[in-house]
Design a protein around this ligand. Structure first.
Ligand SMILES: [Fe+2]
Ligand SMILES: [Fe+2]
Length: 193
């Protein structure tokens, strides 16, 4: 299983980079995931609490970057390993992927809305928040328990390094969250409430 796990940690980065990355960021994958989840929950909270369309647009743009910047590396470094571990962990990964797609669909729908101050936009933001909270809660319980059961501490650190490498690759391909924030501040949304 260790062999299968190691082989699936393929990333565009070199083996040496992965090794040095693992040494410099010796973090259990669960700590890294928890950190991202906090940011996602903060952003979706601000999205739902926004009192104007312009503010909602700002947080929507940040979340539209932050969600895939977490989900894609998680699928690559974590779900891929879970799929190869046991039937039980594979089920968790498959369900997680479906929820990622639902989050992505809602974000896209919100991004296409002309009036983010509308009741329809608020309803979509609220459902997105509920979905994210549910997904994160399940990852913190079922998925974290499975990671504890199927992988040892060293494997979870290697997984953490692969996750960070995949996050860096995502940022290189799609621009950093800083860039996303700048873009959001440059393009004010249609004014609303
Ligand atoms: Fe996650
Ligand atoms: Fe996830």
């Amino acid at each position: 299983m260790l062999k299968a796990f190691t082989s699936l940690l393929a990333s565009p980065d070199s083996a040496e980079h992965k090794r040095s990355s693992a040494r410099s960021h010796a973090a259990d994958i669960r700590d890294l995931i928890r950190r991202d989840h906090e940011e996602l929950l903060t952003l979706v909270g601000k999205l739902t609490e926004a009192r104007s369309a312009a503010t909602r647009s700002r947080f929507l743009k940040q979340l539209a970057y932050a969600a895939p910047a977490h989900d894609k590396p998680e699928e690559r470094a974590v779900y891929a390993a879970l799929k190869k571990a046991t039937d039980e962990s594979a089920d968790i990964a498959h369900e997680g992927k479906v929820e990622h797609e639902l989050v992505s669909g809602l974000l896209k729908k919100l991004s296409r809305m002309r009036d983010l101050g509308s009741d329809q936009a608020k309803a979509h933001a609220e459902v997105l928040k509920e979905l994210l909270e549910h997904h994160i809660e399940e990852e913190h319980s079922e998925m974290f328990e499975q990671l504890e059961r199927d992988f040892d501490a060293e494997q979870r650190v290697v997984m953490g390094a692969a996750f960070l490498a995949a996050k860096q690759a995502f940022a290189r391909a799609h621009g950093s969250s800083k860039t996303a924030r700048k873009a959001a501040s440059r393009r004010p949304a249609k004014s609303g409430r």
